[in-house]
Design a protein around this ligand. Structure first.
Ligand SMILES: Nc1ncnc2c1ncn2[C@@H]1O[C@H](COP(=O)(O)OP(=O)(O)O)[C@@H](O)[C@H]1O
Ligand SMILES: [Mg+2]
Length: 263
C-alpha cells in the first residue's frame, strides 16, 4: 500500500542512511528493539521514501509457511492457488516486513533463508517452482533481542547477510516531540510522561517484563487529550498495564506520584 502522506518518522541516529544503503544493495535488514519503540513506523517511513509497496506480516505462534507462501483454496468447486504475502512481495518487488518474529516457529521461517542470502529466490514447493525476487524486493525482520527468537536459529552464514539496525526508545527531546505530535498534547504534558517513562526504564532490578514504551506514552497522552486527568491516564494506560502484581502496582503508583506535579 502506497500512502500519499509520508508517515511521520523522526530519525534518531544513522538508521535512515543505513536502511537506504541496504535497500540499494537489496540486503535484508534486521531491526532490533523493544516493543513500541518505532520499528513499524520506521519501516513504513522507509517504504514511503523509497516508493515501494510495504507488505507486513505479524509473526505468531501458529503461523505456517503456507501463511507466508500461499495455498490452494477451494473456490466455487475449483481449486485455485492464492499467493501468500511473501510470494506477493517477491513477485511485486515490495518490502516484506516480518514483524516481531519472536513467536514464529523455525519450520515456518526457513522459507526466508534463500531470500535472505545471495540466491534471492523463493521456492514455492506446492507449485513446484522457484521464484526469483523482483527488483526492489527487500526482506525486513524485526525482533526484540530480549526474547528467545527464531533468529537465533538462522544459520550464521545467512545471518551474516543481514544488515542490523538497532532502534531503542528515542532520546527525551525526540520522544517528547513524538508524543506531543502523535497524541495532540502540549509539550509540557509530553515532557512529564517522557520523564516518567525514563524513570521507569531506569529502575534498578525492575520486576517488569516490559518497560514503558513510546507507544504506551502516546496512548496515555491520548487519554489526556480526551480530557482525562494526567494521574488517571497514567494509572489506566501505564501502571495497570505494566503489571498485575499488587505490590508492583503500588510501588509504581508511588513512583508516579513522585514524578507527577501535585494537582
Ligand atoms: N522516531 C520516531 N518518530 C516518529 N514516531 C515514533 C518514533 N519512535 C516511536 N514513534 C511512535 O511510537 C509508536 C509506536 O511505534 P511502532 O512503530 O508501532 O513500534 P514497534 O513497531 O517498535 O512496536 C508509533 O505510533 C510512532 O508514532
Ligand atoms: Mg511493530
Amino acid at each position: 500500500m502506497l500512502t500519499l502522506q509520508a508517515p511521520f518518522y523522526r530519525a534518531v541516529n544513522d538508521e535512515v542512511e543505513v536502511f537506504h544503503a541496504a535497500a540499494r544493495r537489496g540486503a535484508p535488514v534486521l531491526l532490533k528493539g523493544p516493543t513500541g519503540c518505532g520499528k513499524t513506523r520506521f519501516v513504513e517511513a522507509m517504504a514511503h521514501e523509497l516508493g515501494r509497496d510495504l507488505i507486513t506480516v505479524a509473526g505468531h505462534e501458529d503461523m505456517t509457511s503456507a501463511d507466508l507462501v500461499g495455498r490452494f483454496l477451494l473456490k466455487g468447486g475449483e481449486t485455485v492457488w492464492v499467493d501468500g504475502p511473501l510470494t506477493r512481495a517477491v513477485r511485486e518487488g515490495a518490502i516484506f516486513y516480518l514483524d516481531e518474529v519472536v513467536e514464529a516457529r523455525q519450520d515456518t521461517t526457513v522459507v526466508i533463508h534463500p531470500l535472505a542470502d545471495h540466491r534471492r529466490e523463493l521456492p514455492v514447493d506446492r507449485l513446484g517452482i522457484t521464484l526469483p525476487a523482483a527488483e526492489g524486493f527487500q526482506l525486513v525482520i524485526s525482533y526484540n533481542p530480549g526474547y528467545q527468537s527464531v533468529l537465533k536459529s538462522l544459520k550464521e552464514s545467512t545471518r551474516q547477510r543481514f544488515i542490523a539496525i538497532e532502534l531503542g526508545f528515542p532520546p527525551p527531546d525526540v520522544e517528547r516531540e513524538v508524543v506531543a505530535r502523535e497524541a495532540g498534547v502540549d509539550p509540557s504534558t509530553a515532557d512529564i510522561l517522557v520523564r516518567l517513562a525514563n524513570t521507569i526504564r531506569n529502575l534498578d532490578g525492575s520486576p517488569l517484563r516490559e518497560v514503558a514504551s513510546t507507544r504506551m506514552l502516546i496512548l496515555t497522552a491520548g487519554l489526556v487529550a480526551e480530557g482525562l486527568n494526567l494521574r488517571s491516564a497514567v494509572q489506566a494506560a501505564m501502571v495497570l498495564v505494566l503489571s498485575d502484581d499488587a505490590d508492583v502496582v503500588r510501588a509504581l503508583g508511588e513512583l508516579v506520584d513522585a514524578v507527577l506535579p501535585r494537582a
